[in-house]
Write a protein that binds this ligand. Structure first.
Ligand code: PLP
Ligand code: COI
Length: 341
């Protein structure tokens, strides 16, 4: 199989259309079989539920070329489960979990030439999503839905890759206590756009959101969960019902404990204790682990001892072990890798 002629090592995190995408439709109360198509365009009613009331959910996952040349994807069963949770919360029909994984596998298989080569630093990002497609004018769920999956080759989410970033504590909230922060709904991202544009205009790479009720606890960023390392090497991650349960974070906590023998803790993390941590990182499918060097709280700087030049030592070990598992250099726990044949 020949790879596409793409400058893999210089890719950013952007959209490059590939040859095929998967489409299935929910009509008259049932899903059709779905199929691959070359058509990247969607035609829908001007009054579609997604356009009027933002009834849309998505997932994000990746495919990798391993050191020995296989193509694999990472824990798609967990994305399928989370997609089901998201659908239920927005009153959408569930796309069956086994069909979800099948759609991912079929989409990767049909775009093998776009899976970046081993060692290029790039990966194939996969974006499954579902939206209300039939007309809705009174506020209620749509009747008909479309499920789609496309993929696009990507490089690092943050420019500079492994170089530590600077973030600010946002004055905006991302999620309400009993809202939708724990699911992957487009609406969560729409309402973070003003906050991220503001942060970028002020020279920051990302926002740290606090809990909306008390504004004393750390939640997450617009697209990743937090991991902290204490000065005595414990790995700590915030616990909250209004953050997205990151698959990368859950995997890293397992890796920290089972592969690196570190103590791990999922608990409430207070803004006031940020200054006591030794390292900080953002973790997610797109972000992998992006080190944070500095957090700015209304002019007050919290600088982590790991500095602005390199990842901290524990963050680096976590990064190397996780990517080692994903690229087939380190043995994966049972069921974590699904091979695309
Ligand atoms: N938090 C938010 C808000 C996200 O959008 C993402 C990305 O998917 C994550 C966390 C990380 O989740 P995962 O590791 O499952 O990609
Ligand atoms: C992902 O990591 O897959 C996400 O969906 C985050 C998004 C902000 C790109």
């Amino acid at each position: 199989m020949d790879k596409k002629n793409i400058d893999w090592s210089n890719l950013g995190f952007g959209y490059i259309p590939t040859d095929k995408r998967f489409v299935a439709n929910f009509k008259n109360g049932a899903w059709d079989e779905g199929e691959l198509t070359s058509d990247s365009m969607i035609t829908m009613s001007e009054c579609a539920g997604v356009l009027q009331y933002a009834q849309t959910i998505f997932e994000g996952m990746k495919a990798y070329t391993t050191e020995d040349g296989r193509i694999v994807t990472f824990r798609p069963d967990l994305n399928a489960q989370r997609f089901e949770e998201s659908a239920k919360r927005l009153e959408m029909p569930v796309y069956p979990q086994d069909k979800f994984v099948e759609a991912i596998v079929e989409t990767i298989k049909a775009n093998k030439e776009f899976v970046p080569p081993y060692g290029s630093g790039a990966t194939l990002y996969i974006r499954p999503y579902m939206f209300g497609i039939s007309p809705v004018i009174g506020v209620k769920p749509a009747q008909d839905y479309q499920f789609r999956t496309f993929c696009t080759p990507v490089g690092p989410y943050f420019k500079g890759g492994a170089k530590p970033i600077t973030i600010k504590i946002s004055d905006f909230d991302r999620a309400a206590p009993h809202g939708t922060g724990h699911i992957k709904a487009g609406l969560n991202y729409a309402m973070s756009l003003h906050a991220i544009v503001t942060a970028h205009n002020e020279g920051f790479d990302e926002n740290m959101y606090l809990d909306a009720a008390t504004r004393t606890k750390v939640e997450e960023t617009g697209g990743a969960n937090f991991l902290f390392v204490t000065k005595d090497n414990k790995v700590v991650t915030p616990k909250s019902n209004s953050i997205l349960p990151s698959i990368t974070r859950r995997s890293l906590m397992y890796v920290a404990k089972e592969y690196l023998g570190l103590e791990v803790e999922e608990r409430e993390v207070f803004k006031d204790e940020l200054k006591d941590f030794a390292e900080c990182g953002l973790c997610g499918t797109a972000a992998v682990i992006s080190p944070v060097g500095k957090i700015v709280d209304h002019g007050e700087e919290i600088c982590f001892p790991s500095g602005m030049e390199e990842m901290g030592p524990i963050t680096k070990k976590l990064y190397e072990t996780l990517t080692g598992i994903q690229m087939g250099r380190i043995e994966a726990p049972e069921g974590w890798l699904v091979e695309i044949k």
